[in-house]
Design a protein around this ligand. Structure first.
Ligand code: UTP
Length: 289
């Protein structure tokens, strides 16, 4: 069974400057909840018991968020504000969370390499700290279920429109079933006519420990960083790698437009203000014509 997850959250978030100059993009809230809390919740809902967050410079608020805050707790207790008190206590108790610092931002491959001692010799889940997936069955759970069947590394993919493939990492290969594909090719941001499919890598993975050997042998690539996609190319030569088309919708809050879309969509799902917000949107759209 897969019980450990790694959440890389040490990146600089340059696409979201200036907001990310002094605060982690993983703490940017979607309405009232930091992005990384949705990610941790998905891991917990998927049966993960142990989480390692790859942290770094300027990321301390992530640790504070998942820690106790006695002053706040006692203030809420005195105010008899049960709902917030319970929520604040729950966040500090969500999972067994550990941290390790990536001292230099050397890429996603390098970030994951920092987890090798913690995860040891077992397969583990990876959830990008800046990506939320909205789904009925938590997407990490979907990957774990597929792992039980295929017993190899798995990358989550989602279908994207053909004319938008150049925005994503795209996986190509041989279809095994409706949702599983034997991965034979991974291409970063291909043009639509070069793309091997329209299946975009969706920020969730199950990886076997062999990935660490692959990362060790991966030279620095794009941006002079160790890219996970390059390491997966090496892994593919040594081991089976499949993709799993997920049921759900992925939101990459690391770019501003997707962040806005996420906020709007999540707000429209919130019972307490969905109706008012929908009315407001209609009016704003009418006015902006
Ligand atoms: P991104 O490439 O989206 O994050 O990595 P970034 O580098 O912060 O983004 P930009 O391009 O500068 O805006 C996906 C996830 O991997 C983490 C990030 O924090 C993010 O959650 N990451 C990335 C690391 O932990 N370490 C790295 O060296 C790079």
């Amino acid at each position: 069974m897969i019980k450990k997850a790694v959440i890389p959250a040490a990146g600089l978030g340059t696409r979201f400057l200036p907001a990310t100059k002094a605060q982690p993009k993983e703490m940017l809230p979607i309405i009232d909840t930091p992005t990384i809390q949705y990610v941790v919740q998905e891991a917990v809902d998927s049966g993960i018991e142990d989480i390692l967050i790859i942290s770094g410079k300027g990321k301390r608020t992530i640790e504070d968020h998942f820690d106790r805050n006695f002053e706040l707790e006692s203030r809420l207790a005195k105010k008899e504000d049960e709902r917030f008190y319970n929520e604040v206590m729950r966040i500090a108790d969500m999972a067994n969370i550990h941290y390790i610092r990536q001292k230099e931002v050397n890429g996603l491959g390098d970030a994951i390499y920092h987890a090798r001692q913690h995860v040891g010799n077992e397969p583990f889940a990876v959830l990008l700290g800046d990506t939320i997936v909205n789904s009925i069955i938590p997407v990490t759970q979907q990957l774990i279920d597929s792992y039980e069947q295929y017993r190899c590394s798995i990358i989550a993919v989602e279908e994207v429109p053909h004319d938008k493939v150049s925005r994503y990492g795209i996986a190509g290969g041989q279809s095994v079933s409706e949702k599983i594909m034997e991965v034979q090719n991974l291409v970063e941001k291909p043009s639509p006519n070069e793309a091997p499919s329209n299946l975009a890598i969706a920020g969730r993975y199950i990886l076997t420990p062999e990935i660490f050997r692959a990362i060790e042998n991966t030279p620095k690539g794009k941006g002079n960083e160790v890219q996970l996609t390059d390491a997966l190319h090496l892994l593919m030569k040594r081991e089976r790698l499949v993709s799993n088309t997920i049921e759900g919708k992925r939101y990459d809050i690391g770019n501003k437009l997707d962040f806005l879309k996420t906020t709007v969509e999540f707000a429209l799902r919130r019972k307490e203000f969905a109706t008012d917000f929908r009315e407001y949107l209609k009016e704003v759209l009418k006015e902006s014509k």
